[in-house]
Design a protein around this ligand. Structure first.
Ligand code: ATP
Ligand code: MG
Length: 770
């Protein structure tokens, strides 16, 4: 038996080795679903399946990176980098980069984040002469997002009787028109928003049979983690891609479905079984993560939900400690209690910071924990909150870079056309936008032919200078890497200098952030695509932008850093920690006041609580405060009803006043209306989960493998000269054609006998001069 199969239980093993045909694993938290998925990938590759033929979709980039690492570890080689593995959004973005032209988008399309998208919504709402106070961009954007995730296009939206009725009732009958105008504007700007990455992917596969055929044959094995949270768009795409091979393996837990309300929870799981003739279903029942006590209360809590797939979950782990229930007077006391406990456990039990997680229902709750931790000098990392790339100065800088790569990008253009001030005021910008709309061309095209649009002489000159500048930047793209272009832009545009001259505390911080951005671009250009072979990969500005646009806040943080982790429960999905604090267990907060009006909403909150509890391996604290500031007012709070659902025998109330005081398509396709109202609407999730970096293989053809010669010893590469003959540990023999790059990061172009010409970073490469 293969080593990697040894540690698995019988069912897990069966799930790993059943490689052919549709397979569904439905099992409770901590039963090894993700472990099975990872081992399965390793098993497939071990059986000889080419990494290029495996598509694995995970919920976060972090999960994808971990999976890759574990596969590499099991197989002890780097082939795993060729896997297509990542979030739905990152993988589809990558495919769309190659195919978007078929849909009329530039392949170098811009990805709009939610800020960009809302700004476009606002602009088109204004242009339609609608009141943005009434048609709030945020609300309209969420409605559009919900539609796209249910695969409802603008035309379909406007034609759907029920959706129209809904909008009428909400007194916002024009949302469909805004949607239509928004979509057209994004198209004109050569931009897609996060939801388009799914929506357009679906359109691509539906419209172009040859593309569908290509990817159906490429992805012979498809694996999906956290299947319970896929939305209709994702579901339909998987169905299309898997239709030929039918080797689709999904793992999930209906009890952990936390991104859908209104009865949608088990729909896609049930539907999966109907989509194929013979779906093999495997249930995993042993939990390896948590103590018996933690598992017992999780089971007790989730029992209160009616619509669950029956499952048993047991563990052979020890009973462990009781769950600590803690009531404090105020939210600040709650923060202080948690910090004190962490301090104590560090001293007494030698826990490391990174073994603690503090979980909460809403981002705003992080403040009191943060303050207490800071006061106690305990290092921590907050996931969520404002990301580096959302800061104004960073967005400004990146807007310049975006416009160079895709001049049609109107959002970027509007951001920087008069920043720093160059005499192109708001009136002129409005005029340019108007002219663009009238002539149905992009704003950039208007600017390049500004003389035709009747600008005043002074403005005209400023525009012409601006256009010339951007064009000169653009001309660097072919020959310069991302850093060189970005650095040049910073120097030429004077806005970095402006930041530098601002000596206020915020100004200094902003300048440092810009420096940090440049550092990270430099790092990008100096890190090879493959650390093993040292192969350079694409270091262009376009490649850089593609990589960062889908980066989430949490991707920028080192998960191994020895810090206490603070995050919402949504963000904690799939993770585990030795000690978990769940804060704010108060009525109105958790369950949230927004989500207690129907049984379905409440059940979703309960599933969220179930997810929170089951993140804990050994110790679990549930905390709540008597009073808490809400909307600037001190409010009394009752204990959460979820606390009452935990049998007293499992609870330890001896802590700090602990105790409860106050009691208080297929079928899935359906009509547009049904699809949208099945609860797959993109409200919270479109902001939180759908941003991610592009991780995955490089999409290049398979290389000819090379086994290094017996006497292979890497040489001192500083002795390398053009014309020399070398052996590369992976690409084999070849001749050095050219040496370039800086002295601290030299790059060689080598023509390999069996693998053609490649650029290699010498700091990383293992080369022997022969
Ligand atoms: P969740 O529902 O929270 O995503 P999961 O079902 O994906 O959980 P995993 O994260 O894969 O569960 O596994 C939970 C923990 O149990 C991990 O630490 C994993 O390494 C461990 N584990 C899983 N299977 C086994 C096994 N057969 N032997 C020992 N440990 C195991
Ligand atoms: Mg998992």
């Amino acid at each position: 038996m293969q080593d990697y199969l040894k540690g698995l239980n019988e069912r897990q093993r069966e799930a790993v080795i059943t490689t052919e045909g549709p397979l569904m694993i439905i099992a409770g938290a901590g039963s090894g679903k993700t472990k099975v998925l990872t081992t399965r990938i390793a098993h497939l590759m071990n059986k000889g399946v080419d990494a290029f033929n495996i598509l694995a979709l995970t919920f976060t980039n972090k999960a994808a990176a971990e999976m890759k690492e574990r596969v590499e570890h099991i197989l002890a080689n780097r082939e795993a980098r060729n896997l297509y593995i990542g979030t739905f959004h990152s993988v589809f973005a990558r495919i769309l980069r190659a195919e978007a032209h078929r849909l009329g988008y530039p392949n170098a399309f811009t990805i709009y984040d939610t800020d960009d998208a809302k700004s476009v919504v606002k602009a088109v709402t204004n242009e339609l002469n609608l009141d943005v106070q009434h048609y709030k961009p945020n609300a309209v954007y969420n409605r559009i997002s919900g539609a796209k995730n249910a695969l409802v296009g603008a035309k379909e939206y406007m034609a759907d009787y029920y959706l129209q009725q809904e909008d009428m009732r909400a007194n916002r009958p024009m949302i469909g028109h805004i949607y239509d105008a928004y979509q057209k504007r994004c198209f004109k700007n050569g931009a897609m928003d996060f939801d388009d990455l799914l929506f357009k992917m679906y359109e691509l596969l539906k419209t172009f049979p040859e593309v569908l055929h290509k990817y159906q044959h490429k992805f012979k094995y498809i694996l999906i983690d956290e299947y319970q949270d896929t939305n209709p768009a994702q579901y339909e795409i998987i169905k299309l891609l898997g239709a030929v091979s039918e080797n689709v393996c999904v793992v999930g837990d209906d009890a952990q479905s936390i991104y859908s309300f209104r009865g949608a929870t088990i729909q896609n799981i049930l539907q999966f079984q109907k989509d194929y003739d013979e779906v093999k279903v495997i249930k995993l029942e042993q939990n390896y993560r948590s103590t018996q006590t933690i598992l017992n209360i999780a089971n007790e809590v989730i029992k209160n939900n009616k619509g669950q797939i029956p499952k048993t979950l047991f563990t052979e782990n020890s009973a462990g400690e009781k769950i600590k229930l803690v009531r404090t007077m105020t939210d600040n006391d709650e923060g202080k209690f948690v910090a004190d406990q962490i301090q104590e456990m560090r001293l007494r039990n030698h826990f490391k910071n990174k073994e603690f997680a503090i979980l909460y229902r809403t981002n705003a709750q992080s403040r009191s924990f943060e303050e207490s931790l800071r006061r106690a000098n305990i290092p921590y990392t907050i996931y969520g909150g404002i990301s580096f790339y959302q800061r104004k100065e960073i967005k400004d800088y990146i807007a310049y870079l975006r416009i160079i790569v895709n001049p049609k990008d109107e959002e970027a253009l509007k951001r920087i056309i008069n920043y720093p001030v160059r005499g192109i005021g708001k009136t002129s910008v409005d005029r340019a936008i108007l002219a663009a709309n009238e002539r149905n061309i992009s704003m950039w095209e208007v600017l390049t032919d500004a003389a035709a649009s009747g600008f005043r002489a002074g403005t005209l000159q400023a525009i012409e200078e601006f256009v010339l500048m951007i064009k000169s930047f653009h001309s660097m793209l072919g020959s310069k890497n991302a850093y060189d272009v970005a650095f040049h832009v910073g120097k030429q545009t004077a806005f970095v200098k402006e930041l530098f001259n601002d000596k206020s505390t915020e100004g200094v911080q902003r300048y440092e952030n810009v420096q940090e951005l440049l550092n990270s671009i430099k790092e990008f250009t100096e890190t090879p695509a493959s650390e093993e072979s040292g192969e350079v990969g694409d270091k262009s500005l376009g490649a850089y932008l593609q990589q960062i646009t889908l980066l989430t806040d949490s991707d920028q943080k080192d998960p191994d850093a020895d810090t206490v982790k603070l995050m919402t429960i949504h963000a904690a999905k799939g993770l585990e920690f030795p000690v978990v604090f769940v804060g704010g267990l108060e009525e109105g907060l958790f369950p949230n006041a927004m989500s207690i009006n129907t049984r379905d909403e409440l059940e979703e909150e309960r599933r969220l609580f179930y997810v929170a509890i089951t993140r804990a391996k050994g110790r679990l604290y549930l905390t709540y405060a008597n009073t808490r500031y809400k909307f600037g007012q001190l409010q009394q709070a009752d204990a959460s009803r979820f606390i009452e659902e935990i049998p007293a025998e499992y609870l330890d109330k001896s802590f700090a006043g602990g105790g409860v005081k106050n009691q208080g398509s297929s079928k899935l396709m359906g009509s547009a209306f049904e699809r949208m109202n099945r609860g797959f609407g993109g409200t919270e999730k479109s902001e939180k989960s759908f941003v991610s970096t592009l991780i995955g293989g490089n999409g290049k053809p398979k290389e000819t493998a090379h086994t290094p010669s017996a006497n292979f010893v890497p040489s001192d590469v500083s002795k390398l000269e053009e014309g020399m003959r070398v052996e590369h540990q992976k690409f084999g023999f070849g001749n050095v054609v050219k040496l370039e790059g800086s002295s601290h990061n030299p790059v060689a172009t080598i023509k390999f006998d069996a693998n053609g010409e490649k650029k290699i970073m010498l700091n990383y490469a293992k080369l022997m001069i022969v």
